[in-house]
Every structure is written in C-alpha cells, then in structure tokens.
Design a protein around this ligand. Structure first.
Ligand code: SF4
Length: 430
C-alpha cells in the first residue's frame, strides 16, 4: 500500500522510522476514555503495533510500531467506539486537552471541550493550517498550561448565568518557548466559538508555513494580531451551544479519583486491559489520560476497595502527586538525542525520595514535548558531543519558580553534572 506522508499526518499518523513503522495518535476529549473505549483500545493495542501505548502530555494515546496494513483495521476499531485520529498530527487543530483533572469546574469544561473537538476535528475549514494548532480548556490556572497553547480557554466564573472564560493565545514551547498573552478576559461561553474560529482563521490566512501562531505574533505585533482577530470576529454571530438540560460529564460532589503512576507514559496494552477490567468491576465512570502521562480512574463514591484492588494487581498509586513527564526520546522518536527513560531511571535511582511531591520533566530534544519549562525541574537533551569515539548527549537544566515559564539554570551538562546540579537545586529549593 503506497501512502502519502502529508495525508497520513492529517489522519494523525507519522512515519516513525525507515523500517516502515508508523505512529498513530488518538485524540481523546480532554484525556477522557469510557471503560468500553479503554477496552477496545487495549484490544487493538494487543493486536497491532508494539503492544505498548505512549500516553502523551496532551492527554492523547499513541500506538507505535504499526505497519501500513494495520491502519485500516485500527481505524475501524477506533471508530466502533467513537474514537478518532483526524487532525491529531500535521497542520490541523490538534486534540483538545484539559489538565484540571477532576476538580471544581472540570465537568462543565469537559462538556464545552467536546463541542469544540467535534466542531474543529475533520472540518476542512480548519485543516491545511501552517502548522499545528493546540487548544486547551482549563478549569483554572493551577497547572499554568494556558501559557503554552495556541488558544487556551480558562474557566474563571462558573457561578453566573453564563459561565465566563479568560482567553489566552499564541503560546508554545518547542525550540523557541514563548508564553501566551491574555487576549480577552471574562468572555461569556456563547462568545467562545466565534472568537476561537476567528483566531484559527487569522492563523490560516496569515501564518507562515511551518511556523506556529506565536511566530505570527512576533512578526506583526500584538496590536495588529488583536486587530485582525477582532475584524474576523465582527463578521461572525454569537453561537450558543443551547444544551437542552444542565450537562456535566460527572455528577458534582461525590466523585473520587484514583491516580495511577505510569512510568514515562508507557502503558502496555495488557495493563490497560487490566485497568479497564477493574474499572468495570468497580463501576467507574471514566478513565483519564492526564497531561502528566498518568491514568486516573473516576468513580462516583468511595475508591478504597478499587485502590486496594489496583495495588494488589501491581499498579502504583500516585498519592503523593509526584509529577514525572518523559517524552519518548530516542527510544522511539527519530529526533531524540538521548534515551529519556533510561536517564529518568538513573536519576530516580540516585535521587531516591528527594523527588517525592515535586515535578520533573525530561525531553529528548529542544522540541520540549515533555513540557520541561512547566515543571519545577526540566531537562532537555540539547546537543551531542563526541567523546572517545562515542556520541553522548549534553543537557540543559531548567528551573521554574514563578508563574511564567521555567528558565535555564545550567547548560551543556554531562549526565553526572546534571545529577550534581539537580541535587544542589533540590537542596536549595526545600
Ligand atoms: S522532545 Fe524531541 S525527542 Fe522528545 S518526543 Fe519531542 S521531538 Fe521527540
């Protein structure tokens, strides 16, 4: 089967290597999976590809090691449970994420997020963009992920007739990290879709091929970007989503969560099947793939017995809320300069419990997929150095203290130097 790389990208599929293997990214609405969807995914993962899913920092699930002949069957399987990949890669509106987990406002943002995902995914008006376009809904500012989106909608007031959102645009990490700016505050829900469409359309009309919205901002300036968005917005009418009844993904008040650690976001399909089986047995409503690459199970009522059953099955609960994000690095990614998971294991072994309750993110190159600038400690493999005939990675270390993006505190470090700096930083920031 002869496949076109550009078309594949729009379907959420990248050529993974020169051995004819493919990566397929599945869009999940805010990371949420029903139990039936999780079971189907697990079944597909066991039959096709490497047998191990990668959980991304945008709450998506990736198959690795697929062959061209597998793609139609994976498509059919995903579609059978309402899952899809369209726009998960390439110049399109990507999966819409939400880092608020289950907290106040999460239920409402999830409903709106689904409207947006349905509206933008597979819609030719919003495909063929210069590059990716990332949207996030957040129920608050706690995780700071509004800073790194092309468009972020942050719920700031739910207790009014029509909920209000702050709208941030033109952020992004990658090789040139840049925090987004506040485009408009306390925007009523019915204004969000026309405003979002206006931002995407301006990007499609004036963005430079291969460059994200932040580059258009830098080229024309904030005033001119605001002006262009405002002109588009004036051509559109307000759209109310007109829910027939008060919708929420979960009932408010009694839902509890069980957070499971998934090292490096690497989840074997058979483990996902086990989790889904226990979720069904204990009557869970949803599984969440979190932007920290872990899994949470949500249940209406006590989670004590479910937590015990998961522990007995060998899963590790993340009760101390330690965050460890790791991109695939050169384990699977052709851009990777280092074996990120091996580095993480070495660091964890050396640092022991000192990372408990802290956050660390490791990226295998400057593309920053693990979002190292949003962690208390961030590591980027920034270049390779040849030493004794061996090519070894050198690292930059980031530290985040305030409300903005983390900044480089040391660069060009060997692994041993990196560890020494981390120990020093951990000691100094207690
Ligand atoms: S940060 Fe670099 S190595 Fe890691 S997944 Fe992204 S592109 Fe690949």
């Amino acid at each position: 089967m002869k496949l076109d790389d550009q078309q594949l990208r729009l379907e959420g599929i990248y050529r993974q290597n020169d051995q004819g293997e493919y990566m397929q990214r599945v869009k999940l609405a805010g990371g949420a999976l029903s139990v039936a969807q999780a079971r189907t995914l697990a079944d597909l993962g066991a039959r096709f590809g490497s047998g191990v899913f990668h959980l991304s920092t945008r709450g998506s699930v990736e198959f690795h090691g697929l062959h061209a002949d597998d793609l139609p069957a994976v498509y059919r399987g995903l579609t059978s449970v309402g899952l899809f990949s369209r726009g998960a890669c390439g110049g399109a509106v990507r999966g819409i994420c939400c880092s608020s987990s289950f907290g106040p406002g999460f239920g409402r943002t999830q409903v709106l997020l689904r409207h947006f995902l349905n509206h933008f995914s597979g819609n030719p008006h919003f495909e063929g963009l210069p590059k990716k376009f990332k949207i996030a809904f957040e129920a608050g500012y706690a995780r700071s992920r509004h800073l790194i989106q092309d468009l972020a909608l942050v719920l700031v007031d739910e207790n009014v007739n029509e909920p209000r959102y702050d709208v941030w645009i033109a952020g992004g990490l990658g090789r040139e990290p840049q925090a987004g700016f506040l485009l408009a505050d306390r925007v009523p829900e019915s204004e969000l879709l026309p405003l979002a469409e206006s931002v995407v359309e301006v990007y499609k009309a004036w963005g430079e091929k291969g460059r994200r919205l932040k580059h258009l901002l830098n080229a024309v300036g904030e005033d001119e970007l605001r002006n262009r968005i405002s002109q588009r917005r004036q051509q559109k009418t307000t759209i109310s989503f007109s829910d027939a009844f008060p919708k929420a993904l979960l009932p408010e008040g009694t839902v509890q969560r069980v957070p499971l650690k998934v090292f490096g976001g690497e989840l074997p399909a058979l483990k996902l099947a086990e989790i889904a089986g226990l979720a069904a047995e204990y009557d869970c409503s949803w599984l969440l793939v979190t932007p920290d690459q872990d899994i949470e199970l949500l249940r209406d009522g006590s989670t004590t017995e479910l937590g015990a059953a998961l522990t007995q099955a060998g899963f590790v609960l993340n009760n101390e809320e330690t965050v460890l994000r790791i991109c695939p690095g050169n384990h699977e990614c052709r851009m990777g300069l280092c074996a990120t998971r091996d580095l993480a294991k070495n660091l964890l072994e050396e640092l022991g419990g000192r990372l408990t309750g802290r956050s660390l993110a490791i990226s295998g190159c400057r593309n920053s997929c693990a979002q190292p600038q949003l962690s208390e400690f961030g590591i980027i493999a920034s270049k390779l150095k040849t030493e004794d005939g061996m090519r070894r990675p050198l690292f930059d270390l980031y530290n985040r203290k305030g409300a903005g993006l983390g900044e480089v505190v040391a660069s060009g470090l060997s692994e041993a130097e990196l560890l020494a700096h981390l120990v020093e930083q951990l000691r100094g920031s207690k």
